[in-house]
Design a binder for this molecule. Structure first.
Ligand code: G3P
Ligand code: CA
Length: 273
């Protein structure tokens, strides 16, 4: 399909807040997601991991060391251990103006996926969720099974017929996406790619996947690859797109979604704020 007009057009590209509005607030916290919603993001991205007692929490790294005042692997800690940690102060003050009362503590404590789903349900407008499964092989399917059970509970595992799904599942692991599709065949899946590998070149994705998730590095170095994906009928969601020239490139190529740490700035560049 031909490249779209290079001028950013309204609503041609979905703006996805990567780990929330994570440039302004500590990643994967309620504060970051509330800010992204306030900023007008179309969708929220989050990484999910399983705690030792089987809860899905929104944490990127294997360990909590970088983003909290604690130490250790998420998979070795229980939810109550994580709840005692501060996931906000590593980034300085949060966007909350008030003194650290109970509400602002909640806004920077560990975020469960369940709480994030509640936030989205109560947002008062449509917001999509792009959920990434992290290290799914370690748990041999447990992350996907828990995720599917939770989505089912919220009525999000089967999109309404003919309407776009409010949730999609992303992964670097084709096996993980396969497991999701086995449990929820209508749920869209996104195959993430960090580097351009020979097996990617023909524009084909793992069986059943309709959305490609190339890194901005792939898009910069191989813009023709985006066209190949589009010609093969795939949608394209690019991460992590923070620089104005990258936003412009993605718009010029007609990608479907930009995953960014700076939703407010990107929306402004697109003329949407
Ligand atoms: O949105 C995809 C992107 O988040 C993948 O990389 O490391 O930020 O999870 P990472
Ligand atoms: Ca991610």
């Amino acid at each position: 399909r031909p490249a779209r007009d290079s001028r950013p057009g309204p609503h041609t590209v979905s703006v996805v807040a990567h780990r929330g509005a994570s440039e302004d607030a500590p990643e994967h916290t309620l504060a970051a997601y509330r800010k992204a919603i306030e900023d007008g993001a179309d969708a929220l991205e989050c990484d999910v991991r399983l705690t030792a007692d089987g809860h899905l929490v929104c944490v990127h790294d294997r360990r909590v060391n970088r983003t909290s005042n604690g130490r250790g692997a998420v998979s070795a800690l229980e939810l109550s251990d994580l709840a005692a940690l501060d996931f906000g102060s590593w980034k300085g003050r949060t966007t909350d103006k008030e003194e650290p009362d109970r509400d602002s503590r909640d806004s920077t404590s560990v975020l469960t996926l369940e709480r994030l789903l509640e936030l989205v349900a109560d947002a008062g407008r449509r917001i999509e969720l792009a959920i990434e499964t992290k290290h799914p092989t370690r748990w041999a399917g447990q992350v996907e099974d828990r995720l599917l059970a939770l989505l089912r509970r919220f009525g999000l595992d089967t999109p309404p017929p003919g309407a776009p799904s409010p949730v999609r599942v992303m992964s670097f692991s084709a096996r993980s996406l396969n497991r999701i599709r086995s449990g929820a065949p209508a749920l869209p899946t996104v195959y993430l790619m960090q580097f351009m590998l020979p097996r990617h070149r023909d524009g084909q994705l793992p069986a059943g996947v309709r959305i490609a998730g190339p890194s901005i590095r792939i898009v910069r170095n191989h813009p023709d690859y985006v066209l190949r994906l589009q010609r093969a009928g795939h949608r394209v969601h690019v991460w992590t797109v923070d620089e104005p020239e990258d936003v412009e490139l993605c718009v010029r190529l007609g990608v479907d979604a930009l995953i960014t740490n700076r939703p407010k700035r990107v929306l402004s560049q697109l003329g949407r704020s």
